[in-house]
Every structure is written in C-alpha cells, then in structure tokens.
Design a protein around this ligand. Structure first.
Ligand code: 2PG
Length: 232
C-alpha cells in the first residue's frame, strides 16, 4: 500500500520594522519592511516552484504574519483558500520589555539577563504596566480575551498547543495541506512539540524569517523530520 503523507508548512513572517530596529516586539503590531515583503513573496514563490500548494491557512491576528501569508499566497495563486486568524498563534507577549531596544536593554541589565528573558524556557520578562504606551486592552481585536501582561516560552506553549490540537490537527488529519504563518516564538512552541525538543535544547533553536519549514505527517498523524523547503 502506498504511504500517504500530508504536508504542513510553517512560515515565520518576513522581517518587521522592529526586527530591523532591534526592538522587543511581542504583541505590538508592527508592519513588514521592504525586505520583509520580499521575503514573504520569495516564500510563496518557493511554494509554487516546489508545487507545494496550501489548501488551508492559519495565522495570528498580527499584521506582519497576516501580510506575510497573503503575499506568499498571492505568489502561488492561493489567495482564495480558507484562512483562520487566531490570537493563540500570536508572538509571545514581551511584557515590560515591549518597545525597548534589545542592545540598549543588554547594556542596562547585562547580556546574560537579556538572554534569559529572550531564550529561557520558563522565565517571563517583567510584566507590562497597565495603561502604558503598549497596553492593548482597548484594541478591538482582543475584545473578550484575557490579554497576558507577559509570557515565557512555556506560557506561550500553553496557549499555542491546545489551539494546534483542537483547530489545526483535525484539518491536517482530513488531508488538507496547511500553511501556518506565525512568529518566532509561537513557531518555536510548535517545533518543540513536533520535533520533541527538550526544554533545555529549545533555547538554541532560532526560526529564520520567511523560510518555509515542512513537516510530513503519516496516517497516524506522526510528524517526520522537519526540513526547510529550500533544501528539498
Ligand atoms: O521581539 C520579538 O517579539 C521576538 C521576535 O522578533 O524577538 P526574540 O528574538 O527576542 O524572541
């Protein structure tokens, strides 16, 4: 009997304005740069070139991931597929670090402390103060949602994985080719789960912008090795 596999495409948004400015971003809604737009288009071009055409799309409620999805889908003529946006695919919330420059913060608090805030598994950054410049409580897209005031990777996983299991796994199991356009840390949460990476080892994993990552699932929804589409 032929082995049937279903492919999943993960793509981190293209370079954002705050990636360029080296600022902690998290839930703050920054746009793509010109380079980010080009990266998103290149991702879609690669999908078309490899004949890997998504049939269902999931993304966060953040502009940089939504635009990346649309630019990529436009390149492979798939803008028409059903898409679902959900805050659970958002970037991890950077708390009180939101908006700060990463280099300046390292100079102030030490590189080691900043590394802990950025890459430790379960140490969340200091919380965001209510009522400040980056308070999102009046943003209509989060109406009715308990917006976190900071998140570690562990806390990010606690909202990404239930969404993955409940909303995305059944769609893949039904044979759809799913594309997820999301963020460095919401994708690290997924890759950690799918590739069985330990809490310690995940600290060393970086997800590049605009570079499609592929998993193939067997009929029992077991994920194979992950690989970059460009290398296949
Ligand atoms: O600022 C952020 O929200 C993220 C992603 O750009 O940064 P980091 O690399 O520190 O996880």
């Amino acid at each position: 009997m032929p082995t049937q596999t279903t492919k999943l495409i993960l793509v981190r948004h293209g370079q954002s304005q705050w990636n360029l400015e080296n600022r902690f971003t998290g839930w703050w809604d920054v746009d793509l740069t010109e380079l980010g737009i080009a990266e998103a288009r290149a991702a879609g071009h690669l999908l078309a070139e490899k004949g890997l055409l998504p049939t269902r799309a999931f993304t966060s409620v953040q502009t940089r991931a939504i635009k990346t999805l649309h630019l990529a889908l436009a390149e492979c003529d798939r803008l028409w597929i059903p898409e679902t946006k959900d805050w659970r695919l958002n970037e991890r919330h950077y708390g009180g670090l939101t908006g700060l420059n990463k280099q300046e913060t390292a100079e102030k608090h030490g590189a080691e402390q900043v590394h802990i805030w950025r890459r430790s598994f379960d140490v969340p950054p200091p919380p965001l103060e209510t009522g400040g410049a980056y308070d999102l409580s009046a943003d209509p897209r989060y109406a009715g949602i308990a917006i976190p005031n900071t998140e570690s990777l562990k806390l990010t996983i606690e909202r990404v994985l239930p969404y993955w299991q409940d909303a995305i796994v059944p769609v893949i199991a039904a044979g759809e080719t799913v594309i997820i356009s999301a963020h460095g840390n919401s994708l690290r949460a997924l890759v950690k789960h799918l590739s069985g990476i330990s809490d310690d080892d995940i600290t060393g994993l970086e997800i590049p912008t605009g570079q499609p990552i592929i998993y193939e699932f067997d009929a029992h929804m077991q994920a194979g090795e992950r690989y970059y589409l460009k290398d296949s």
